[in-house]
Design a protein around this ligand. Structure first.
Ligand code: NAD
Ligand code: DAU
Length: 349
């Protein structure tokens, strides 16, 4: 049996990844290590929480002693690292939290693994899940490749870039067997409603203003979250040690076009007059340092390992909207308490 420890497994992408591994690999033991911050929610994993090959450990990646205990208890052969502070707007108001978790936490994890594995790296692997935001911002043309120079512009992307550099440094300096991926924007069920797509779906449902930053022409490349989980599985098992793979949806949308499509899908699902939700669109103050366009060239992953995105965008957006309508309780619970305070500061302050 292989033991795989996934950090951040109670979050959005992490919970899809944990489910994917628990269900697809019954012979692996999957340990989910998560601090359960505002973004972590064990409810995301209700359907697999009693699986015999699944264990949850509450732990903070910045806690050296606690981390050592959990790693010595489970002695993982592989680690897939997703735990992070992940929201750009929060990084603008509180950068230190991003340095602590994304940079210090990642280095703490790397040290813990060096101590645990010693120099015996046979059949061991550390997989670092990163973002396309480390590459900065594109103009109208072009794509990010694995060779694109790092140029992070927000405290979030700077912290992720720093963590990527540390992971590569541990490969070159200590021989730690690492693999990395840099992915574009994910969407799908269980996405925390501070991010654009779930926030817009929630506000349409509640007939509240739909905040679009700046001129709305900022562009993102959207990937169905379950395709990301499949890509991570493919790279974890087949990716070459020391390499980086870009993952993307080949699915670019200007924010305003995306918000309009979500309005139309929701009008149809809610039986509202066609076009009525578009009236809620409200242009608001821009995000400082807002990256204009992200677009991923994922040909290395396709050519080397055969992975491609599986789902058509509008089908994915419709599935996502349906999930939020069918999971009102989930949405209500995650948007109480801390979320209200955040929302007021971000949009009504
Ligand atoms: P998320 O915010 O939904 O989840 C993060 C998880 O990490 C939560 O469960 C949280 O409790 C946990 N966590 C936070 N701090 C922790 C700590 N100190 N110790 C242990 N656990 C901690 O994030 P997400 O959107 O699922 O992103 C997961 C990873 O994927 C991140 O590393 C992010 O940078 C990367 N990524 C995200 C996207 C995206 O579109 N969401 C795209 C590319 C890469
Ligand atoms: O590209 C990958 C990244 O995608 C991940 O690394 C991050 O963890 C993830 O949060 C996401 O970052 P973005 O900043 O691109 O996602 P967000 O959903 O916050 O914003 C998407 C776009 O929508 C962006 O151009 C900002 C804009 N936006 C966002 C919000 C929350 C709005 O116009 N209004 C909003 O209210």
């Amino acid at each position: 049996m292989q033991t795989i420890l996934i950090t951040g497994g109670a979050g959005f992408i992490g919970s899809h990844l944990v489910r994917h591994f628990v269900q697809k690999y019954p012979d692996y033991k999957i340990v989910n290590l998560d601090a359960l911050t505002y973004a972590g929610n064990l409810e995301n994993l209700r359907d697999v929480e009693h699986s015999p090959n699944y264990v949850f450990e509450k732990g903070d990646i910045t806690d050296t002693v606690g981390l050592k205990d959990i790693f010595e208890k489970h002695r993982p052969d592989g680690v897939i690292h997703l735990a992070a502070e992940s929201h750009v707007d929060r990084s603008i108001s509180n950068p230190m939290a991003f340095v602590e978790t994304n940079v210090m936490g990642t280095v703490n994890l790397l040290n813990t693994l060096r101590n645990l594995w010693g120099n015996d790296f046979a059949n061991k692997r550390f997989y670092h899940v990163s973002t396309d935001e480390v590459y900065g911002s594109l103009g109208e043309e072009g794509f990010f490749t694995e060779e694109t120079r790092y140029d992070p512009r927000s405290p979030y992307s700077a912290s992720k870039a720093a963590s990527d550099h540390f992971v590569r440094a541990y490969f070159h300096t200590y021989g730690l067997p690492v693999v990395l991926s840099n992915c574009s924007n994910n969407y799908g069920p269980n996405h925390f409603p501070e991010k654009l797509i779930p926030l817009v779906i929630k506000n349409i449902k509640e007939e509240k203003p739909l905040p679009v930053y700046g001129d709305g022409k900022y562009t993102r490349d959207w990937l169905w979250v379950k395709d990301h989980a499949e890509a991570i599985d493919t790279i974890f098992h087949g990716g070459r040690v020391g390499e980086t793979y870009n993952i993307g949806g080949n699915n670019e949308w200007k924010n305003i076009d995306l918000v309009e499509v979500l309005c139309d899908i929701m009008d149809e699902l809610l039986g509202r007059e066609p076009g009525s939700s578009r009236r809620l669109i409200t242009f608001v103050k821009d995000r400082p340092g807002h990256d204009r366009r992200y677009a991923i060239d994922a040909s290395k992953l396709k050519n080397e390992l055969g992975w491609q995105p599986s789902i058509h965008a509008e089908e994915g957006f419709r599935e996502t909207a349906k999930w939020y309508l069918e999971n009102e309780e989930w949405l209500l619970r995650v948007s109480s308490g801390e979320y209200q305070q955040y929302y007021e500061q971000q949009y009504e302050g």
